[in-house]
Design a protein around this ligand. Structure first.
Ligand code: NOJ
Length: 951
């Protein structure tokens, strides 16, 4: 296997890795290393069941029936038993149906025999007997505001519950069991409409194994030389979920696919495989594929004109999702509509489904965030530019890169160290030859408020001379093999390794202790952490990960928790970093993770892993990042430049222009790739890249404001067309242009070679869109051609918005803290508005009110621009406001003024009791450009209420 690095000594390891990757530059995923649905026993079985049910049509009856005598509703929670009829016997499946105040409903189905431990495990396994019931503990932070006044009615074999906002209703048909979720009488989501529901109940293995000849994957499953012992036999859960009248579905990252998800049951342009969620280190992953990748968030949004709904499938085991669309003519006059039918299959655990009613995107994301938490408001530096490669090879190398950025006047905030900085891949150590004095290096970075991110992975070197490795073994904090008694051993970067089991609270406490400055000697307060390989990646494991029958803390099988594993690890790192400076000095940690699950947004940023220096991978990144935003984890990026391979200068330049719009903006490269720090590109590329990075820095105030909104409302930072224009069906599949937060900035980065102009879809009839740079006007709905030579980024400003920026180039974002603002007002006939959120960008003082939250409104009636306070408790901001009192607005630009403004020389400024004049200059727009005025130095404070009167 290419990634093997058994030598463990860093320089020899580098050589070996380089050699192996040189001989295998195949640039294509090895399909044979990863299962297809047909090779995954439960996926195959559930698809077969679906095929039978479809073929049988109405004559197939689902064996599941709600036992009417068991139904009870109390305080918004309905309990009942579902019976699965398997001939002689009925399998009891306890159902809990919760109804929340906000219209969200949750259906949880368990298995009675397993709840009470009445099953036998095979092979003497020590695994738990219950179905895994702790995914909620990791993923959820809310979901308990039950609608206590929910009203129940049972009639003709149907139980109806009215709950939540007026007009919300659930109808449960008893036999066969199916559920309709309705709003105002119309069904938006239906469970088991197609009878694909399947809960593989526990059964003993028949003595005569011939009894199961038909499907030998029930009792064990072999793949890639590894045999899964499956001590509980078959135990999958599956359900069909239909979205009637909804023709687009989005979400369920991580896949290198389109934003609007494709059909998966064949046909032209469709996939043949379901979308898979099984966190894995997929070497040289391919694009336009439903194959699994490093992270999973089983949240799906369905969209039709004017309405949106969501489904969250809370299950951490391997999961597959089939999607098909049924075209229906609603009536002869109406156009063809699609109903999207999905089929969800998980290998084990509970059947646990949340239905989120929307009815629009902003409500939906809030509902999802109320359940799983919102993205943490990041440390301000972490949304600036990051410079990484595998590897900066010594502290002198780091200092040299740092100096060169300054020499070439390119801002950057963070430099990264990949695995080679360690002493032989022993985390929490430094290579004694190349990183002799990390503290001096870190102090050098700190002079310009720059940071270091160092990698720390979950595989711990199995080496008698490594104290941390010994502690892990002796304390029993590692993941165990299938016996549950012996620590699991596998291969990763250090060679033979063990894996920390962060499901164990004691292991997490120990992990935290390792970040003590006395233990991680050489690290400093400006050191932050990158958690990689946490799927976990195991080079010699099945599908490059852990065997499913490995045992975690509390005897849960790895099978049950696989997709949660990465999150438990980055959560532990986050907790460690938060309190590193000691009590009362908590800071917002920065942790980058490769593997993630629903809830990861609360503690980490992610990136899309090992992409390639190829135009197609540049293009693929945006749909992936947009999907991350839909699924509540918007702090996301892709390796700028492409990880594998060497980008041409044009590709590198275009990638920087695109990367300037990644919420997480980092250049990174494989160890064999040529050096490609931006200053090496030569002219004109260096200047163009510098401009792109500076553009990111100048817009940092708006990025931070967008992150702030995401952190309490869940609105994505990059907003796809359908989120902005939910009635414009023509744009529902667009995933190559997007809007930045609430700014109205529409971006269409160039992702193909040799382009000099591009088509941008301008979605509104009556709104002017201004070119961000030269104010060229684009009027009217339709596809517009926008010039895009190499030096430019197609970027339009939707009229009606006000954009706060900081235009003075600095070396790092920290040095911009007290810089003055520029406000750009893109005028619409109805006026314009914008928002700015600022805080110290580092501590949690913002939670105590130490922040600035302003609104800017331009009123065309009295031609006045006003700054107003949005802070709900301004007194709490007093200290921070004092710190920021000298921060001014140095420029206001009004774009889209008429000729009447021509002779205007001054404007009247009012702040508090004072009034003064500021100079204003009119610039006539020529050749299709809008005219604008510039107010120079109006001297207003960012923390104060003020008006600028243009009348
Ligand atoms: C795999 C990661 O995806 C990549 O970014 C990193 O450089 C290597 N591991 C080495 O740590």
């Amino acid at each position: 296997m290419r990634q093997l690095n058994p030598l463990g000594s860093s320089s020899a390891g580098v050589l070996l890795v380089s050699f192996l990757s040189l001989v295998q530059i195949s640039k294509a995923v090895k399909h044979g290393d990863f299962k297809t649905c047909a090779q995954s026993g439960f996926c195959k079985r559930n698809r077969a069941l679906a095929d039978q049910a479809t073929a049988a049509g109405a004559s197939r009856t689902s064996p599941y029936e709600l036992d009417a005598n068991t139904v009870a509703l109390k305080d918004g929670v309905l309990t009942a038993t579902i019976l699965k009829n398997i001939g002689e016997e009925n399998v009891e499946l306890p159902l809990v149906f919760s109804f929340l105040d906000n219209g969200v409903a949750r259906v949880t189905i368990d298995e009675a025999k397993r709840m009470t431990g009445q099953i036998e495990l095979r092979h003497g396994s020590t695994a738990k007997k219950e179905r895994y019931n702790e995914a909620a503990k990791w993923a959820l932070v809310g979901g308990e505001n039950f609608h206590k006044d929910a009203i129940i009615k049972t009639e003709d074999g149907v139980t109806s519950v009215a709950y939540g906002p007026a007009g919300y209703q659930v109808k449960i048909t008893h036999k066969p069991f199916s559920v309709k979720f309705l709003k105002d009488g119309e069904a938006h989501v239906v469970l088991n409409e197609r009878s694909f529901m399947n809960i593989e109940h526990w059964r003993p293995k028949p003595e005569d194994s011939d009894g199961n000849k038909g499907d030998d994957t029930w009792w064990e499953e072999a793949f890639g030389g590894n045999t899964d012992s499956k001590p509980r036999g078959p135990e999958s859960v599956a359900m069909d979920i239909t979205f009637p009248g909804y023709d687009h579905v989005y979400g369920i990252p991580e896949h290198a696919s389109s934003l609007s998800l494709k059909e998966t049951r064949g046909g032209e342009g469709n996939y043949n495989e379901p979308y898979r969620l099984y966190n894995a280190d997929v070497f040289e992953y391919e694009i336009d594929s439903p194959m699994t990748l490093y992270g999973s968030i089983p949240f799906m949004q369905a969209q039709k004109k004017g309405s949106t709904v969501g489904v969250f499938w809370l299950n951490a085991a391997e999961t597959w999702i089939d999607i098909v669309k049924q075209k229906t003519n609603v009536n002869a006059l109406s156009p063809e509509r699609a109903t999207t039918q999905t089929h969800w299959m998980s290998e084990s655990g509970l059947l646990d489904i949340f239905v989120l009613p929307g009815p629009n995107s902003s409500w939906l994301y809030k509902q999802y965030g109320d359940l799983t938490g919102f993205t943490a408001l990041p440390a301000a530096f972490s949304i600036a530019y990051h410079q990484c490669r595998w590897n900066y090879v010594s502290q002198d190398d780091v200092k040299d890169v740092d100096r060169k950025f300054d020499k070439f006047d390119i801002p950057y905030d963070v430099i990264w160290l990949d695995i080679e900085y360690t002493d032989s891949k022993k985390y929490f150590t430094w290579d004694p030859l190349t990183f002799k004095d990390p503290e001096t290096m870190l102090k050098t970075l700190d002079k310009r408020e720059r940071k270091l991110v160092a990698i720390i992975d979950p595989h711990i070197k199995n080496d008698k001379n490594y104290a941390i490795g010994n502690e892990l073994v002796n304390k029993g904090f590692g993941v165990m093999d299938k016996t549950g008694k012996k620590i699991y051993e596998g291969w990763c970067w250090p060679g033979s390794s063990h894996w920390i089991d962060c499901f164990n609270p004691a292991a997490r406490a120990w992990w935290k202790s390792l970040f003590d400055f006395k233990k991680f000697v050489g690290s400093m307060p400006n050191t932050w952490i990158w958690n990689d390989m946490n799927e976990p990646s195991v080079f010699n494991g099945p599908e490059t990960t852990m065997p499913k029958d490995n045992i975690h803390y509390d005897n849960w099988e790895h099978r049950d928790v696989h997709n949660l594993n990465g999150m438990t690890f980055h959560n532990a790192t986050y907790e460690a970093l938060k309190t590193r400076l000691g009590p009362g000095k908590e800071r917002r940690p920065f942790v980058l993770t490769r593997s993630y699950f629903a809830g990861s947004q609360r503690t980490a940023a992610m990136w899309t892993g090992d992409n390639q220096a190829d135009w197609s991978h540049l293009a693929q990144a945006f749909p992936m990042l947009l999907a991350q935003g839909i699924a509540g984890m918007p702090f996301a990026g892709a390796d700028v430049g492409g990880f594998f391979g060497n980008p041409s200068k044009e590709l590198l330049t275009r990638w920087y222009q695109a990367g300037a719009f990644y919420p997480f903006f980092r250049g990174h490269a494989h160890i064999d790739a040529k050096r490609r720090e931006p200053y090496l590109a030569g002219e004109p590329y260096v200047s163009i890249i510098r401009d792109a990075i500076r553009l990111r820095y100048s817009l940092l105030p708006t990025w931070y404001t967008a992150f702030h909104r995401a952190s309490w409302e869940g609105m994505p930072i990059l907003r796809p067309h359908f989120v902005m224009f939910p009635d414009d069906e023509a744009g529902f599949a667009i995933d190559d242009q997007f809007y930045l937060g609430d700014t109205g900035i529409l971006v269409k980065p160039i992702v193909s070679e040799g382009v000099t102009e591009t088509s941008v879809y301008v979605p509104e009839e009556n709104m002017v869109y201004y070119d961000y740079f030269d104010y060229t006007m684009y009027n009217g709905k339709g596809i517009r051609s926008v010039p895009a030579p190499l030096g430019s980024i197609p970027m339009l400003m939707r009229s009606g918005h006000i954009i706060p920026r900081k235009d003075r180039p600095r070396r790092s974002s920290g040095l911009m803290r007290y810089d003055p603002y520029t406000l750009v007002v893109a005028l619409a006939p109805g006026g314009a508005g914008g928002v700015l959120y600022v805080d110290d960008g580092e501590t949690y003082d913002n939670k105590d009110g130490a922040f600035i939250h302003r609104s800017f409104i331009y009123n065309p009636g009295d031609k006045t621009l006003r700054s107003g306070n949005l802070h709900p408790e301004p007194a709490k901001a007093a200290k921070y406001v004092k710190e920021m009192r000298d921060v001014r607005v140095e420029r206001v630009i009004l774009v889209g003024v008429t000729d009447e403004w021509k002779d205007k020389k001054t404007v009247e400024v009012k702040q508090g009791s004072k009034t003064w004049d500021a100079e204003v200059k009119f610039v006539e727009g020529k050749e299709g450009r809008a005219s604008h005025v510039i107010v120079r130095n109006p001297r207003v404070a960012i923390v104060k209420d003020w008006t600028i009167n243009f009348a």
